[in-house]
Design a protein around this ligand. Structure first.
Ligand code: SAM
Ligand code: ZN
Length: 267
């Protein structure tokens, strides 16, 4: 079972009707989509909190087409191999929740997901798929120590101390970064000398890097909308001048390489 704790005092939070409450009377109301906001003022970042509405919608639209599903298959393979009975799975920095949703529909598991961005969490919770979602900060995950069997950590900031704290003694963190050839075709169009992504594992002295797996596939983007949705999901979009953006905007179809590197960490 997921054991959510109060972000203020650390006592267990109990879900009742439309809120979560601890024994010290701290109470967090559920939003109509079913998620709960567990960000406290001390863990709220400044003005811009996480990703915005456009980024959330864009991500939802693109991922739902299945172009990145080589990663879903890779994660799924790992979970099958471990065969943990009804595992507790965390979707850390879940974004709009695509990957967690796919895994939850395949495995009998207890799952929760959180993200700093309310917009992302709102979209994720709208799927009503039995995953418990909350808005929270990676620097203070309101989850009991050693309560997670498998943590999905995809394309998001790393937090060694919190990861070590929340996983069980025999738990795993699946930390995924873009592989060296991921979306190389996009970079070739934008840059004179495109670089390959490095595949360095996040350094984590208090965690053990158990293994590295790599998943590579080709995808054919069939519409302008898909190409633009992908482009806007990348940091390149925000660092490219308008004249160069046109190189992508004028395409009507495109072949791309998708490549993901999964680092498996344990305690
Ligand atoms: C590139 S997105 C990946 C989202 C999701 N894992 C996926 O693969 O679709 C990175 C996410 O990390 C979230 N994020 C960034 N810093 C965070 C923090 N300190 N705590 C929680 N979430 C954070 C962002 O809001 C964003 O949704
Ligand atoms: Zn409390």
């Amino acid at each position: 079972m997921i054991e959510i704790i109060c972000p203020v005092c650390g006592e267990a939070l109990v879900e009742k009707d439309k809120s979560f409450t601890c024994t010290n009377g701290h109470c967090f109301d559920k939003a109509k989509e079913g998620y709960v906001n567990l960000l406290t003022s001390s863990h709220k970042p400044g003005s811009a909190i996480g990703d915005n509405k456009d980024m959330a919608r864009n991500r939802r639209e693109f991922l739902s087409k299945g172009y990145f599903d080589a990663l879903v298959r890779g994660i799924s393979e790992f979970i099958k191999e471990k065969a943990i009975p009804r595992p507790t799975i965390a979707d850390i920095c879940c974004g709009e929740g695509y990957y967690g949703h796919r895994i939850k529909s395949e495995f009998d598991c207890d799952m929760f997901g959180f993200d700093l961005s309310k917009e992302m969490v709102r979209l994720a919770a709208k799927r009503k798929n039995g995953i418990t979602y909350f808005v929270g900060n990676l620097s203070n995950i309101p989850i009991k120590d050693k309560s997670v069997d498998i943590a999905l950590h995809l394309f998001a900031p790393f937090h060694e101390k919190q990861f070590r704290r929340i996983i069980k003694d025999d738990g795993y963190i699946l930390s995924v970064v873009a592989g060296e050839n991921h979306l190389f075709e996009l970079k070739e169009l934008l840059y004179d000398t495109p670089y390959k992504n490095d595949e360095e594992p996040p350094s984590a002295e208090s965690l053990t890097l158990i293994e590295k797996r790599k998943f590579t596939a080709k995808a054919h983007l069939e519409t302008k909308d898909d190409i633009m949705a992908l482009f806007k999901m990348t940091p390149y979009y925000y660092h490219t001048k308008d004249s160069d953006k046109a190189k992508i905007e004028n395409l009507s179809e495109m072949d791309i390489t998708t490549e993901f590197v999964m680092f498996v960490y344990g305690r």
